[in-house]
Every structure is written in C-alpha cells, then in structure tokens.
Design a protein around this ligand. Structure first.
Ligand SMILES: NC(=O)c1ccc[n+]([C@@H]2O[C@H](COP(=O)([O-])OP(=O)(O)OC[C@H]3O[C@@H](n4cnc5c(N)ncnc54)[C@H](OP(=O)(O)O)[C@@H]3O)[C@@H](O)[C@H]2O)c1
Length: 348
C-alpha cells in the first residue's frame, strides 16, 4: 500500500493554447500542493494516464463543444487508472485500483468515490482499462454496434485502423463476419492489421496520397463497395469513402483527427452529394452518450479478450514528464495502438 508522503505531487500545466500541432513548449510540469480528500472522496495515486485526441479539442477555447476547454496555467486532466491511497468512502479501501475520467496529467489527485470505478488487476493489465477495456474500446463497440448496425457479409472500412479505437472496430467487424478494410500510416501497422488486427486488407494511406489515389486503393480493397464506414480521420479518407460507399451505406462519424490541428477551417468533401442519391446515413456520436450500455460492451469484448482472441497494442511512455510528447505523438502517428503514460509503478 502506498503512503501519499512517498509521492511527489506534480502536475502538467497547459501554458499556451497550441496553434497548429501541439509542442513541448505548450506544457510545463510543476510542483503542486498535496491534495486532501473531502467527505466521500478518495486520495489517489495515478499509475497510468491516457492521452487522447479529443484533448486537442479542449485546447481550442473558441470552439463550442460537448466538454469545456482546458484553462491556461492550470493542470490538465484526463482518464487515468489510480491506486487508492486514502478513502473516505465505504466502497473503496487503500490499495484498491480504480479508473475514472479524472486524474490524468498529475501524480496525485482526489475524486468523489462515485466518479471512480474499481478495476481488477488480475483480469487485465491496468493500462487496458484506458484502452481496449476503457473509453476507446467502448467507443469502438458503440459506433459499430449502435450506429453502423453491421450485417454478416457486408464490407466495413475503418480509418485510423491501427489506433486504440480503430483496432477494436476492425476485430469486432471481423468477428461479425464482415469484409474488413483498414487504413493506417505505416507498413508495420498495416502488416499487423492483416496478421492480427482483423483486417482482410490494410492500406498504408501514405502510399496513396490524395483523394483520387486513395479512392483507387480503397475501391481495390473493397471490390463490392463499402457498406459501413467507421470514420476516425476525415479529409481525403472521408472523400474516398463517399466515392465508394454503397446504396444505403452507413457512416459512424467518430473522429476526424486529420483536421484537429488545422489553423484554417478545413474544406468539406466535394462529393457530399453522393449521400443523397445513395441514401447514405451518417451519424456523429460521443461515447459518453452510450455509457449506459457498458455492461453489453464488456460482455462482448471481455471474454474474447481474456481468451486472447482479441488483440491489442500499446505505446507506453515512461514518466509524467513524457505526457506532452505522448500527446503530441498522436498527431504524428507515433503511437501504435493505445498511447498510455506510466506515471508511477503499479505498487510502490
Ligand atoms: N466520438 C468519440 O466519443 C470518440 C472517442 C474516442 C476517440 N474518438 C476519435 O477516434 C479517433 C481515434 O482515436 P484513438 O484514441 O483511437 O487515437 P489513435 O488512433 O490511437 O491515435 C491517433 C492516430 O491517428 C492517426 N493520425 C494522426 N494524424 C493523422 C492524419 N493527419 N491523417 C491520418 N491519420 C492520422 C495516427 O495513426 P497513423 O499512423 O495511422 O497515421 C495516430 O496514431 C480520433 O479521431 C478521436 O478523436 C472519438
């Protein structure tokens, strides 16, 4: 069990809103006051923290969103798996591990007990609760099952296929008997997607730059057209998907990472009109609207994951000071699978 006095209280602050790609100079690691838990609260030591593309949206104070922007000169926040150090709740004891949407970007934090979910380290590595068994996994499951409503034999196209969300979408689609096409940004990622990640064909989009070339590659990989598109990237990927989408196609708009660092409003796809004649449905979604279905997600993903039938990868960054680098790396394709930061050891 951990004594809070053994942990230096530190946090990463946002010092400037990035214009374009996030850089190290937009962040600074500082000593902070040791937090004290109030009534019904826990004192937690962060073990693993998540960096996620949505955090870039919280660095744009001018854009209306479902979640408020980060404040300048204040600690950042995000998902984390933490060890309970002190508990003012009958539901948690020191030494328990818990996951929550708060606690990232700092070494120690407090949280109301009801905001944290206990996790069992014997079921899966703790970091998996930030990836395949956590928010990105739930996102993959919700977009596929609740929006795309896939049918056996259909073709599924997944962009950002080697990432935390995409890699699970591909595997769940394959398990449902679909022809799965994924796109990713390196030969190594594509080889893994075809060998283990559920793709029948994986396209390295960097070998097919521009909408015309990418459309050609996608049409070859999906000879019967695309019935379901799981959108993580936007830009040329969306334009190509709209070129090859079938009649009554469905699109789950999960993310558009290619435009998150844009300094000018990005152009929309010129072929959006295809949606009309082909009767295409597109729906944007946020994972938090589907959290009431968490037990269904865990029932579908948990057993095959435990049996080793569902694979997942992680890019691990060591130490809280590496969090800005881990975050910036998301926009350069440096992560392969879920990007996580080890803030402290599992047990001190
Ligand atoms: N709607 C929701 O509730 C929700 C929840 C979670 C995530 N998301 C979205 O889902 C998407 C994937 O998230 P994730 O957590 O799984 O991240 P991730 O895929 O693990 O990491 C981001 C990946 O995006 C790719 N990428 C970065 N810039 C790109 C560009 N300009 N063009 C093409 N690919 C680019 C990179 O892979 P390559 O090497 O392949 O380029 C990078 O590794 C994001 O758009 C995110 O915003 C949405």
């Amino acid at each position: 069990m951990t004594d809070a006095a053994e942990v230096d209280a530190k946090a990463i602050f946002l010092t400037e809103y990035p214009k374009g790609a996030p850089q190290a100079e937009h962040f600074s690691m500082r000593d902070v006051d040791r937090p004290t838990p109030g009534e019904g609260e826990l004192l937690l030591r962060t073990v693993w923290m998540s960096v996620d593309p949505y955090m870039r949206g919280r660095m744009r104070p001018d854009v209306k969103s479902y979640i408020p922007p980060f404040s300048l000169d204040a600690p950042l926040d995000g998902g984390a798996v933490s060890e309970v150090v002190e508990s003012n709740s009958p539901n948690f004891a020191p030494g328990d591990y818990a996951v929550g949407f708060a606690g990232g970007w700092k070494t120690l934090h407090t949280a109301p007990a009801e905001a944290m979910t206990k996790v069992d380290p014997s079921l899966a590595p703790l970091s998996a609760y930030l990836g395949v068994l956590g928010m990105p996994g739930m996102t993959a499951w919700a977009g596929l099952t609740q929006i795309l409503e896939p049918r056996e034999g259909e073709t599924l196209f997944v962009s950002g296929a080697a990432g935390a969300v995409g890699s699970l979408v591909c595997q769940l689609g394959k398990r449902r008997g679909m022809h799965v096409v994924g796109s990713a940004g390196s030969a190594e990622k594509c080889a893994w997607l075809e060998a283990e990640g559920g793709c029948d064909v994986a396209i390295n989009y960097k070998d097919h730059a521009g909408p015309a070339a990418f459309t050609k590659a996608l049409a070859a990989a999906a000879p019967k057209g695309v019935d379901c598109y799981f959108e993580n990237v936007g830009g040329d990927h969306l334009e190509a998907a709209l070129n090859v989408i079938n009649l009554r196609g469905r699109m789950a708009l999960c993310g558009m990472i290619s435009v998150y660092n844009a300094t000018e409003p990005p152009a929309g796809p010129p072929n959006l009109v295809n949606m009309i004649g082909r009767g295409v449905m597109a729906k944007g979604f946020i994972v938090s609207n589907y959290l009431h279905l968490t037990s269904e997600f865990l029932a579908e993903v948990g057993p095959p994951l435990a049996a080793g039938e569902i694979k997942f990868r992680e890019s691990v960054y060591e130490g809280l000071d590496k969090a800005p680098e881990a975050f910036a790396g998301l926009f350069k394709g440096e992560n392969f699978g879920k990007a996580v930061v080890r803030v402290g050891p599992d047990r001190l």
